[in-house]
Design a binder for this molecule. Structure first.
Ligand code: ZN
Length: 288
């Protein structure tokens, strides 16, 4: 069951979505204004939309937006509120200034590239590294779109880049993981392994920190459905041990076969057809 979800992540994720939308225009990417409806996250993290979105300011206490040219810095007010509080805590503890990348589009919805989730304004990507320029002054528009992120892990070789490690990273992640609004945080598996080694027995906070593909430059914070958002589909809570056996799979022969594309072909199930979006999303798309 779990393997199936990994395959569907690989097969049914960005690749399929990308090809389905290639050539056709994606109305969720076309519309640049938020809807005038009340704020709500509707559907699922990987199939949903966002009404009454809030736009994150360019810079504030403890944060600076990056990649603003993509226009993906909208969220449920619960998300912008969380990011504001979390960043202020980061600054207050002398942990620098977070660089916040993609959140959701103005009305949420699916992307033609880059993400499978981030569809209902409850997901945000935050860089592990902090650019020294951003600590001193607001980044220019060019810098926001062009400064390079520093990877903490090498995704191809599946190795942690020790030279880029920063001792503030576990402290920052712990602040987020212990916030009751947070549902899960995704990091590269080698980063999770390092966090487990550092934490030792004091690891309960690592339960919500999940190893996942594609998180070598940034961690991904996902909030739980806000109270009152009755059309928001909650995920199963994480019940695994904080640093249990499930991490081992990411260093198993089976994983390396998938990483290197040498897994037996016949094991891969056909990608499931994409389910329709929740009905309310049609109203969100067409609302003034
Ligand atoms: Zn993400």
């Amino acid at each position: 069951m779990w393997m199936r979800s990994v395959y569907s992540m690989l097969l049914g994720g960005t690749l399929i979505l990308g090809s389905a939308l290639a050539g056709a225009t994606n109305p969720w990417e076309e519309i640049k204004s938020t809807s005038s409806q009340a704020p709500a996250s509707i559907g699922e993290y990987t199939n949903g939309c966002l009404s009454g979105a809030d736009r994150m300011p360019l810079r504030g206490e403890g944060f600076q937006l990056v990649r603003t040219g993509r226009d993906r810095h909208y969220g449920n007010p619960a998300l912008t509120g969380f990011l504001t509080d979390f960043s202020a805590q980061v600054a207050g503890q002398g942990l620098g200034r977070l660089q916040i990348g993609d959140m959701s589009m103005a009305r949420g919805g699916p992307f033609s590239y880059g993400h499978r989730s981030h569809q209902m304004g409850l997901d945000a990507d935050i860089w592990y590294a902090q650019d020294p320029r951003s600590l001193q002054r607001p980044l220019t528009a060019w810098e926001r779109d062009n400064i390079a992120a520093k990877p903490l892990a090498d995704a191809k070789d599946h190795l942690l880049i020790e030279a880029n490690w920063d001792d503030n990273v576990p402290r920052i992640l712990r602040l987020a993981a212990e916030d009751p609004r947070v549902e899960r945080i995704f990091v590269h598996p080698t980063i999770k392994r390092k966090l487990c080694r550092i934490a030792g027995k004091d690891n309960d906070w690592l339960r919500r920190i999940r190893p996942w593909w594609g998180h070598n430059y940034h961690f991904h914070v996902r909030l739980a459905c806000p109270k009152g958002d009755t059309n928001c589909v909650a995920q199963q809570p994480v019940l695994n041990e904080p640093c249990g056996d499930d991490l081992d799979w990411w260093f198993s022969d089976e994983f390396y076969a998938l990483l290197h594309g040498t897994a037996p072909q016949q094991e891969k199930p056909k990608p499931k057809p994409k389910p329709p979006m929740p009905q309310q999303c049609t109203q969100v798309l067409h609302s003034p």
